[in-house]
Each structure stands twice: as structure tokens, then as C-alpha cells.
Design a protein around this ligand. Structure first.
Ligand code: GLC
Length: 438
């Protein structure tokens, strides 16, 4: 039996320890800034016991919104100590970036509507209406920006320009895409470069954790290279989309967007708001576009290459996220849920692995290439519940909670042995545990 109260108290303490004024950082030393989807998950947890703090968490995110509508994936903490992080991005080269704080120049999954809605659900009708009226303008601006800038073909699928934007940083489809299509001039010289020296200046993670649990130095350098490239182009989308061949119409991102659009419609209805027509038709396009990512042969959903148009046929946790979108048929949802029962793929003892255990890519502690993460479990659980697959949702909830009860709010876990890895006192693990306990 899970000791509910003890677990709740421990999780609340994590969120208190990681609180920094109006927002909460993901984890003390390893992730000292504010991240977009982290703060949304955190607000979902907070909404259960401190809706005011949950609101503040989201409002602080919105302060980082760019004039064009983009919500940046990171808002940097001020102070001399963090100058290298701010210098690296130097997003002020783009005139849309906010003046009074410093942010990154890319975005992250659009979980904001879900978080705003979850907070709304816990408020009285009058307060809810007021809250939605506060959140709808930045949310509409963000979703409009996504379609205006990132859906140039009007095919319903938005395109991501950096692996960080998916939130599943080095998930195999992205890693493959990058290795195949991003070949900076220095790549042939890589083995002769003082890579460790350069990389260690920017990598907080391997100073603190076993490097075999983290992204490889080559991949980390490729990620930095893309940031430098975009910075040199002032983060102008017109200078990016036609040139870079590694861009991805990302499955997880688009599934989250489809659900977020539905939340937006519900929030607008409740607050008596009219959503712009172009946004409504873009949202409808997205829902039907999901089918284009289904592969009939393998019976699986995949991300798609933006420049080449082909599916990137490498299995990953993303293949289960269509459950969360709510846009697949009941039959398809059942088919996806079946995969959770297969020990060789997504159903080992401590599910759900970020890569199926029988994949060549699988490493039980390899960052986004094997471990179980609590936020993706949470997305899958929401989806299972919505499709009425309550037994499956309950089973996954129990397994998830047991893992955290045993090892604490760690960043990720081995799906084979349950052993914890990555950051300790990780905020979204704590916050989503609170939600699952409720
Ligand atoms: C890593 C994760 C990303 C998360 C960030 C902060 O980059 O891949 O999803 O937002 O850490 O926790």
C-alpha cells in the first residue's frame, strides 16, 4: 500500500525547495532556470493545494513571451553567475524578445493550455472566468504564432527547429535526423578538437551526474552548434525553415498541440471569448493531420522529416502520445494501449520506457533513450483515462507511484530495474505525483 500522506508531503517539499520567487525551477543545481513545459507540469501539481501559486507560476512564464507570440523554452535566472547561459543564446538579437528579461530563442511543448485549464477546474465559476480571461490572450497569441511561423505548408503539423523543442531532447528519431542531416564544418575535425573543454563550460549535467546517463558530447555540441547558427540568423524563421534539413514535424509536440487546441476552445466557451477563425481552422487541420503520421505497415505513429516529408521510422515513446491527443479512434487507442502489455517493447517491470526495450537504441539509463520518465507516463495516463481504458490507466498509475515512493522524485528511472538516475528532487516528478495521487 502506498503511504499517500508521506508521499504528498515529500513532493510538496521538493516544490518548496525549488521555488524561486514567482516560479519553480526543475531542480536545484542541474537546472537552475525556468523551463516552459516543466513550469506547466509544476502548475498542474500546485493547482491541487495552492491554486494561487499555480497561477503565478504560469503568469511568470507568460512574462517571457516574445512580441511575435513565441513562448521561449527557457527564461534565465538573473545574476552574474548565469552570464554564460544568457550569452550563449543572446536572444536579444531578435527584436521580438522581451527587454526586461533574457530567454532562449526556441520553444517547448505547448502544455500551457492544459495547465491553465487544470487550474481553472479547481476555481469557482467566477474566478475561473476571470482566470481564463487572463490566460486566453497570451495562449491565443502563442498558438497563432505556432501556425503562422511553424506550419508553412498549412498541412496541420507544426515543425520544430531544435531537438530541445520536443522536450525529449535526444530521443532517437531526432538523433538520427541530426546525424543524417546536420554536418557542420567542424565535424570532420571533431576528434581533434578540445571538445571536453568547450563542452564542460556549458554542461552542468555531466559535472553532477554519470556521463553515461547523459547526452553524448558530440550530440551536445551539435545542439550548441544549432543554437549558434540560429543566433547568427537572429532567430528569424525565414532564415531557418528553407535551409536546415534536420527539422522535424514532431509527433509528441503535435499531439500535445491538438489537445491544447481543444482546451483553448473550452476555455474560450466558458469565458465568452471568440477564438479567431484562422486558429479554429488550423486546429481542425491538425486533428486530421495526425493520420498522416500513421504507418500502416508497422502499425505505429512516427514523427516526420520536414524537408524530405518521409516518416522517421524509429520507435520511441512518442508513438504512444497520440493517446493523449484524443484525436485517434477508439480502436487505434486500444491498439496503442496493447503495446503497454508487451514486455519486449513498452511493458517492462517499471514502465513506460522512452524507447522500447527491444530497440537497438535502448539503454536503461541513457537520457531519453530508454529510461522511464514521469511526465510521459502522465501524458499516457491522461490519454488512457479519456479513452475509458481505466484498468490500464490505474495499473500504470500504481506502478508510477510505487517507483517514486521507493526512490523519491528523481528525474528518470531504469525501466528494467527501477533504479533512479539523473537529477534529484526533480520538480515535475513531484508535481505530477501530486496530481496522480489526487
Ligand atoms: C531537459 C529535458 C527537458 C526539460 C529540461 C529541464 O532538457 O529534456 O524536457 O524541460 O531538462 O527539466
Amino acid at each position: 500500500m502506498i503511504d499517500r500522506d508521506r508521499l504528498l508531503t515529500a513532493c510538496r517539499k521538493v516544490l518548496d525547495d525549488n521555488r524561486r520567487g514567482d516560479h519553480t525551477i526543475p531542480s536545484g543545481k542541474m537546472y537552475p532556470h525556468q523551463w516552459l513545459w516543466d513550469s506547466c507540469f509544476i502548475a498542474i501539481g500546485l493547482s491541487h493545494y495552492d491554486p494561487e501559486r499555480a497561477k503565478t507560476e504560469l503568469l511568470s512564464l507568460v512574462e517571457g513571451q516574445w512580441n511575435n507570440g513565441m513562448l521561449p523554452h527557457m527564461i534565465f535566472e538573473p545574476g552574474l553567475r548565469y552570464l554564460p547561459d544568457r550569452w550563449l543564446w543572446n536572444s536579444h538579437v531578435n527584436l521580438n524578445s522581451p527587454k526586461n528579461l533574457t530567454t532562449s530563442g526556441i520553444t517547448q511543448p505547448p502544455v500551457l493550455a492544459e495547465a491553465a485549464k487544470q487550474i481553472g477546474d479547481k476555481l469557482s465559476p467566477i474566478e475561473r472566468k476571470r482566470w481564463y480571461a487572463q490566460m486566453l490572450p497570451p495562449l491565443i497569441k502563442y498558438h497563432k504564432w505556432l501556425y503562422e511561423e511553424r506550419e508553412p505548408n498549412e498541412d496541420g503539423l507544426v515543425t520544430l527547429i531544435h531537438p530541445y523543442e520536443t522536450g525529449l531532447d535526444n530521443t532517437p528519431p531526432w538523433t538520427r535526423q541530426l546525424h543524417d542531416h546536420h554536418k557542420p564544418w567542424w565535424l570532420p575535425l571533431y576528434k581533434y578538437l578540445p571538445v571536453d573543454f568547450i563542452i564542460h563550460r556549458f554542461r552542468r549535467d555531466i559535472k553532477r551526474r554519470n556521463k553515461y546517463q547523459r547526452i553524448s558530447n558530440l550530440d551536445a555540441l551539435l545542439y550548441l552548434d544549432i543554437v549558434w547558427l540560429y543566433r547568427s540568423r537572429n532567430y528569424e524563421i525565414k532564415a531557418i525553415l528553407p535551409h536546415d534539413k534536420f527539422l522535424v514535424e514532431d509527433l509528441t509536440y503535435n499531439c500535445i498541440l491538438i489537445r491544447a487546441n481543444k482546451h483553448l476552445r473550452q476555455m474560450a466557451d466558458e469565458a465568452g471569448y471568440n477564438l479567431p477563425e484562422d486558429l479554429l481552422s488550423a486546429a481542425a487541420r491538425s486533428e486530421s493531420a495526425l493520420e498522416a503520421l500513421w504507418d500502416h505497415e508497422n502499425k505505429e505513429y512516427y514523427s516526420r522529416s520536414f524537408s524530405e516529408g518521409g516518416l522517421i521510422k524509429i520507435s520511441s515513446i512518442s508513438g504512444l502520445i497520440p493517446l493523449y491527443s484524443g484525436a485517434v479512434s477508439q480502436k487505434r487507442a486500444r491498439q496503442l494501449a496493447e503495446r503497454l502489455k508487451d514486455n519486449n517493447t513498452f511493458g517492462p517491470d517499471y514502465p513506460v520506457p522512452s524507447v522500447p526495450v527491444n530497440s537497438n537504441w535502448f539503454k536503461q539509463h541513457g537520457y531519453w533513450q530508454g529510461p522511464t520518465w514521469i511526465n510521459t507516463n502522465w501524458l499516457i495516463i491522461q490519454g488512457l483515462k479519456d479513452y475509458g481504458l481505466d484498468k490500464e490507466a490505474k495499473a500504470l498509475t500504481e506502478k508510477t507511484l510505487k517507483l517514486i515512493e521507493k526512490h523519491g522524485s528523481r528525474e528518470y528511472f531504469s525501466p528494467l530495474k527501477g533504479t533512479p538516475a539523473g537529477a534529484k528532487k526533480f520538480s515535475w516528478t513531484a508535481a505530477l505525483t501530486i496530481d496522480l495521487l489526487n
